[in-house]
Structures are given as C-alpha cells and as structure tokens.
Design a protein around this ligand. Structure first.
Ligand code: AMP
Length: 459
C-alpha cells in the first residue's frame, strides 16, 4: 500500500504517542519516559506493566520473572522515580541497594540504571569482586544514591568501612534463586542486618523453590506477588529440540550444526570449566572463532569474550551455568546445551538466553545416554515433553549402556565413554522420535526440592 508522505508522518506521530502513553499510563515521570524512548522500547513488557505501578505505590514485591522478560527495567524505572522524587541528601548516602548473584549481571543492571537515569540527578555505581577495589572505594566515598553489588564485595567493602547501608530505603534481590544456588544465603542475611528495618523490598526470581519462598517470607513485608510467566516455564517462542547422540560424537555434531546452519552467534553450555576450555580449543582448531567464559577466567577475559561475542568477532561463546547467568545478549538466536545441566532449573535459565524480549529462538540439547535421566527431570519441571530427534550419521548407539557413575570425591571424571567414534559424514536428515505435547503443569515445581543438594559448585 502506498502511503502519502504527510500521511506517513501522521501515522508515525500517532504510533509514537501510543507508545509514549502506554509507558506513561504506568505513572512514570517525563524524564524516565524520555530515557525509555531513547532506549527504543515501544511497550512495557508484562512484568513491567505489573511491577512498576506496585513499586511506585511503595509496596514490597515478590516477582516471578524469567530472564529476558525486561525485569531489570521493571524494578529500575520505579526505583529511579521514587528516589528522584526526594531531593538528594547532601552526602549522598546509599538509598537503594541492588544485590545480584554474578559480576556480569551486576554490570548489566548498572548499565541499565545509568541509561534510565540519563535525565535525572541520580548517582549510581557498581561493585563486584575480581577487580581492583580502590576505584570502587573512591567512587563510594563521593556518595551514590544507588549501589548495584554482588554480596561478597559488598560485605568486604562494608567491613573496610568504605560504605554504609544505614540509609537504604529500597532493597532489591535480583535473581534470588541463583543467589541461593550459589550459596549466598548467609551473605544475604548479613546484608539484611546492615540495612534499616523500615525499607521497601523487591525480590525477583525466575524459579520459586521452597527455599526462595522461605527467604521471601523472612525479608518481605506483606508482599504483592506478580508473575510474568508461569513458574518454571521456558520462554514461549523458544523451539526446543533434543538430539540423541553418543558422547564422543558431540563435538562433531556441534560443528556440523553450526557450519551447516551458518550460525553466526551461538551460546554453548558445558557443565564444567575444563569442558568449556576443551571444547573452545577444539572449535578454534576447526577455524571457528570461539571463547570460553567461566569462573576461572579473569574479569577482563570474561568482559573481552562477551564484548567480542556481542560485536560478532567471536562466533561461539562456550559458557558454564554460573558465568552465563545474567548475560544480556539481545536476540540471541541459538543456544546449545553441549551437556545438560543436572539441575533442571538451570535448563530454564540457559534457554532463557534465547527468544529474549519476545523474539524467537532455538535451543538444542545434545544428549548422550548418560544424560537421559536429566531430560526426564527437565520435562517434569516444564510439564511438557521435549521433542527428541537423531541426525543421520550421528545416531546414538541403541546398545550403549552408560558406565556406572563414579564415586565421589573425584573432581573431574577421567574415564572416557567407551563407545567408538562413528562415521560423521551424514546428510543431516532428522529422525523425529516424539513430538512435543503439553501435559499437566502440576508437576512443575515437584523437582525443585532436592536441586540444591544435587548442585555442585562448578564455577
Ligand atoms: P532483562 O530481562 O531485564 O534482562 O531484559 C531483557 C532484554 O529486554 C534487555 O535487552 C532489555 O534491554 C530489553 N527490554 C527491556 N524492556 C523492554 C521493553 N519494554 N521493550 C523491549 N525490550 C525491552
């Protein structure tokens, strides 16, 4: 249809007014609306639409929001509005504290805070471990209204009297489930003792285990619960597939999928740091640009790898669960589970890296016989069956039986799978085994109970 130039102008004005109104209807100030429009957001995401008005009413909020739903703006925008409504205190004590489990997530939340406060007189900073504390201390001494922090560095600098939490009015626990998984419960409790009793609390979590509910009960006062997506479900537009394949053939299958699909940006998950290094080396040897991101890497190496991945100079980012947590890579098209996590909730987090903010994505799991039990756990959590296929030339050996599990305490399994390498040519024909079918979602949370006891510190 041909649209007259004047008409197009009119249409654009109408559209931009609609956009402006929909964020405005949440009660956000003009300064924030300008910042939002600069970011290019059109409409509030469901979690934003639900959480923002409640936070503005100074309610405690318990939000169930999976990664990629826009939850950061869901708490940052109203926080900025509330803080900017009062004139800044002379010495700029910390009035809002955001706790995150990982350095990357802290850096990301801080970036968002900076962007949304462009037109406000609000000072903020971020502190996390793995980097020199001196510049962080210097910034804190000048005073900040908002502090984004990981628990370890926060307590460290507090014990050095580099910061005070005595004037905190708002406390945000972001990705609280991951904080518990990473063993931060004690640190969180210590932080709670350092902040004033009267304060507003916001707790965001992708999954809701009993432990999280218990934590919420002990921290939040009469919270309002909001939910952006049903508990423990995966992003709607993610196509999930399991490829059954023997362990020794995984690398070749991965390379085939990447090369034949001509994929330019793939996040690959391994279970261990050493596994991530090994796979990265193999990919580089095949001239596929790759970098590993995990807890043994320095913060600089992690930042460099992530930047390269975002810019497109690194095609494959190989990550462990904890390192990848909180990574914001908009519109990531492909996530591959080179190995499945033994904790089903991690699967949800992993594939939350694709299909972000409403875009569609693909999550592929390369599953060997050793991991079939993990598939069952994931399906139970999701309340649905994952479609399972084989790629011609990479079929799993039906007679293969996984070696018995090794006794702990071995840190890494030296024993290799005993199945032999197969031919790898193959035309790539898929053999579908079963199709996805929705089952009752009642079983979603039934698997969360023992997840923490099953978890190993991998990062
Ligand atoms: P988060 O869940 O906060 O990590 O956000 C995931 C991604 O969605 C980030 O890249 C945000 O910049 C983006 N985002 C947040 N809110 C919106 C919105 N209302 N419209 C479009 N994108 C958004």
């Amino acid at each position: 249809m041909h649209v007259q130039p004047e008409m197009r102008f009119y249409v654009e004005i109408v559209i931009s007014q609609t956009i402006f109104m929909s964020f405005k209807s949440l009660g956000l100030s003009d300064a924030l609306l300008r910042a939002i429009s600069k970011k290019g957001y059109t409409t509030p995401s469901p979690i934003q639409a639900k959480a923002i008005p409640l936070v503005l009413e100074r309610k405690d909020v318990l939000a169930s929001a999976q990664t990629g739903t826009g939850k950061t703006a869901g708490f940052t925008l109203p926080m900025l509005q509330l803080l900017s409504q009062q004139p800044p205190l002379r010495k700029r004590p910390i009035r809002a504290l955001v706790l995150t489990p990982t350095r990357e997530l802290a850096a990301q939340v801080y970036t968002n805070v900076k962007e949304y406060s462009t037109f406000l007189d609000i000072r903020s900073t971020v502190i996390f471990g793995g980097v020199n504390a001196k510049p962080q201390i210097a910034t804190l001494r000048n005073g900040v209204d908002i502090l984004v922090a990981t628990p370890g560095r926060l307590l460290d600098l507090h014990s050095q009297k580099a910061l005070s939490l005595a004037k905190v009015e708002m406390l945000v626990l972001d990705e609280a489930d991951r904080m518990l998984d990473m063993g931060f419960l004690r640190d969180i409790k210590r932080v709670i003792e350092l902040v004033p009793k009267r304060r507003q609390n916001l707790l965001f979590s992708a999954t809701f285990s009993k432990d999280i509910k218990k934590l919420a009960q002990s921290i939040l006062h009469n919270p309002v619960s909001v939910e952006a997506a049903p508990e423990n479900t995966t992003a709607e537009k993610v196509n999930q597939t399991v490829y059954r394949v023997d362990k020794p053939q995984k690398t070749e299958l991965l390379i085939k999928l990447i090369s034949e699909g001509n994929w330019s940006q793939v996040l690959v998950f391994t279970r261990t740091k050493h596994g991530a290094n090994r796979l990265t080396k193999k990919l580089i040897a095949k001239n596929i640009s790759a970098a590993a991101i995990h807890g043994n890497k320095t913060q600089n190496a992690r930042t460099k790898a992530l930047d390269g991945f975002k810019k497109g100079t690194i095609r494959i980012l190989v990550a462990t669960d904890i390192a990848a947590r909180g990574l914001d890579i908009p519109l990531l098209p492909h996530v591959i589970n080179y190995e499945l996590p033994n904790v089903p909730e991690d699967y949800v987090h992993r594939i939350g890296r694709t299909g972000r903010a409403g875009a569609s994505g693909e999550a592929i799991s390369l599953v060997s016989a050793e991991e079939y039990e993990y598939v069952k756990g994931i399906e139970k959590l999701l309340g649905e069956k994952l479609p399972s296929e084989e790629i011609e030339g990479f079929e799993a050996d039906p007679n293969y039986t996984p070696p018995p599990k090794q006794q702990r305490p071995q840190r890494s399994s030296k024993k290799k799978s005993n199945s032999s390498q197969k031919g790898t040519s193959g035309g790539g024909q898929k053999k579908r085994n079963n199709s996805s079918s929705n089952q009752s979602s009642n079983s979603r949370n039934s698997n969360t109970k023992n997840s923490r006891s099953r978890r190993r510190r991998r990062d």
